[in-house]
Design a binder for this molecule. Structure first.
Ligand SMILES: [Zn+2]
Length: 225
């Protein structure tokens, strides 16, 4: 779950992914705090300077600091108030940074096309949507195990593709669609821009009647984007 948190009502934003199934939080026998409602912070996302309790009640642990007997969070993280051991800890928020790696399956959009390669704007890795974009390149020799004469026959700018990373150099990801589960997921008519519908081994435009070919994934049109 993506949480947007406004700090002090100004424009600064802190983003964090909260995973409530995190073993950090579940494997410990934690009871929620019995403090005043304002101080019930266990499991909550806290920000630096956020009040967590007082040293008369709790032992400040990692991720916290004490000022004038009050325990504050030092970091952005999840507060854990352990009533059994009387400890308060803040666990740092996991970075949540997802980067394509060799052999990961990615989803991207076909960009500029040359006769023997296309650029791919990678926007998803597995099920994780990326906040930024990564640049990929798909070479004609990595499209299919069949002979391909032109990139134009297998993908076109604007298409959505599922591909696999085969190598990475200077943050450019070399991709392949040469596998039965990989290929184009959505394609658009090059005449009228309408979404193309699969018809046997080709794609058909329901609007203008155009027929086009792509290296289609078996679940063309079904993957939620
Ligand atoms: Zn059309």
């Amino acid at each position: 779950m993506l949480i947007k948190r406004f700090i002090d009502g100004n424009e600064s934003l802190a983003y964090a992914f909260i995973n409530y199934n995190s073993p950090n939080l579940l494997n410990k026998k934690v009871k929620f705090m019995t403090l005043k409602p304002a101080e019930q912070k266990s499991g909550h996302l806290v920000i630096p300077g956020e009040r967590l309790g007082v040293i008369e009640e709790f032992i400040p642990d990692s991720g916290t600091y004490v000022k004038d007997s009050v325990i504050y969070s030092k970091i952005v993280g999840h507060a854990l108030v352990d009533l059994l051991n009387k400890r308060v800890t803040v666990y740092p928020v996991e970075e949540g940074v997802v980067v394509p790696k060799v052999s990961t399956v990615v989803i991207g959009q076909i960009g500029n096309a040359q006769s023997d390669n296309v650029l791919v704007k990678i926007f998803r890795i597995g099920k994780k949507k990326l906040s930024g974009e990564f640049g990929g390149i798909l070479h004609i020799s990595d499209v299919s195990d069949r002979y391909v004469t032109s990139m134009n026959d297998v993908c076109k700018p604007g298409d959505i593709v599922r591909a696999k990373v085969i190598s990475e150099k200077n943050r450019i990801y070399h991709l392949t669609t040469n596998d039965k589960n990989l290929g184009i997921l959505y394609a658009f008519c090059s005449r009228c821009g309408n979404l193309l519908e699969p018809q046997r081994y080709e794609l058909h435009c329901p609007k203008c009647g155009n027929t086009e070919s792509r290296k289609m994934a078996p679940d063309y049109g079904k993957e939620p984007i």
